[in-house]
Design a protein around this ligand. Structure first.
Ligand code: NAD
Ligand code: NAG
Length: 317
């Protein structure tokens, strides 16, 4: 073949590929536009086996109740045995369904693997995995005990590695499943006073996003991913944290957050940021000059989010 012919083929391929991409971009944009007006169908989760870590309180408990209402079978993990049993009891009382409870410290790799095997034997393969357990130190980094910094990484991100290792192979084999990461808006943007928490949540987001791409590249299109990044939720975990402009950045009600998350899962939505203003904050962070970003952050009260933080720990019970 002559050089001219080679060049011709290269140029034709380039044009063809570019045209294809332009055309498909148009199709996807139209699809997204239509979705704004026609609500996406929600998938049926009845009969799915849902595993929730951190199911003993907060939004973990609420999501467990919601999935039970929708007919899913629930496997509840928590380090707090009493809270976990209480969630199971609530499921029994409100929906008459049995939930399987396991006391599991998901920061302990061997324990995750051991209890995962027990779950597979006693209940079956997990089809919806919700990594929800989380902790927060809530101190300035240099004042945070090393043990708590390490624990935050172990619970908020490393645990996700081990649960994927335990439950993803069966999902891939069946080309059916859903991986849900309850991360945080602190996994998208740094926050003064939350350095170790942000690091752990950035890791959770990066991991879930990369794994979604790894699955896509494998052609495993039946295993979905949802990455959830909420602002503060009124569950007690962030008690004392404050927002300066509650109209733009409201502290979310747990019931609302739970409803949005379950809906996003049922719609196979990949990213869920709540409230919506988080989408704007992220765009601004990436687009604006750095100093202007800091200025706006100050204006929005971002430097004082954690000033009066109490959390679960220092509550007077
Ligand atoms: N509350 C918020 O403002 C907020 C905001 C954004 C994201 N989140 C995230 O949402 C998730 C749920 O938080 P929540 O507000 O319901 O808090 P929560 O404290 O009520 O619930 C967390 C649960 O995780 C459990 N847990 C902690 N360590 C564990 C471990 N090692 N192994 C197993 N279970 C463990 C706790 O016992 C508790 O039941 C967390 O990942 C949190 O980081 C919370
Ligand atoms: C959902 O799925 C279950 C089990 O697969 C089935 O029995 C039920 O009829 C389905 N419900 C709807 C509304 O499609």
């Amino acid at each position: 073949m002559s050089l001219d012919q080679d060049l011709f083929i290269i140029i034709m391929n380039f044009l063809l590929e570019t045209l294809q991409v332009l055309f498909m971009s148009l199709v996807y944009s139209l699809e997204a536009l239509i979705r704004l007006f026609i609500p996406t169908r929600k998938k049926n989760v009845s009969g799915e086996i849902v595993l929730l870590t951190g199911a003993g309180s907060g939004i973990g408990r609420l999501m467990a109740l919601e999935f039970a209402r929708l007919g899913a079978r629930l496997v509840l993990w928590d380090i707090n045995e009493d809270g976990n049993k209480e969630t199971a009891l609530m499921i029994k009382e409100t929906h008459g369904a049995r939930a399987y409870t396991y006391t599991c410290d998901c920061s302990d790799r061997e324990e995750v693997y051991r209890i995962a095997n027990q779950v597979k034997r006693e209940v079956g393969d997990i089809t919806i995995l919700i990594n929800n357990a989380g902790i927060v130190t809530g101190k300035k980094f240099l004042e945070s005990p090393d043990s708590l910094v390490e624990k935050s990484m172990e619970v908020n991100s490393l645990a996700h590695f081990w649960t994927y290792k335990a439950f993803l192979p069966a999902m891939i084999a069946a080309n059916h499943g859903h991986l849900v990461s309850i991360a945080s808006s602190a996994g998208l943007i740094g926050v003064n006073g939350l350095a170790d928490y942000c690091a752990s949540k950035f890791a959770a987001v990066g991991f879930a996003e990369s794994m979604a791409l790894e699955l896509l590249a494998m052609g495993c299109d039946g295993v979905k991913t949802t990455i959830v990044c909420p602002f503060f939720i009124n569950t007690g975990m962030f008690d004392g944290a404050n927002t300066k402009w509650p109209r733009i950045m409201p502290i979310l009600e747990p019931e609302y957050a739970c409803r949005k998350i379950v809906d996003a899962v049922r719609k196979d939505q990949v990213y869920l940021y709540i409230p919506r203003s988080i989408y704007i904050a992220i765009a601004m962070k990436n687009l604006l000059p750095t100093k202007m970003g800091v200025l706006l952050g100050e204006y929005l009260g971002a430097f004082n989010f954690m000033a009066k933080f109490k959390g679960h720990g220092n509550k007077s019970k």
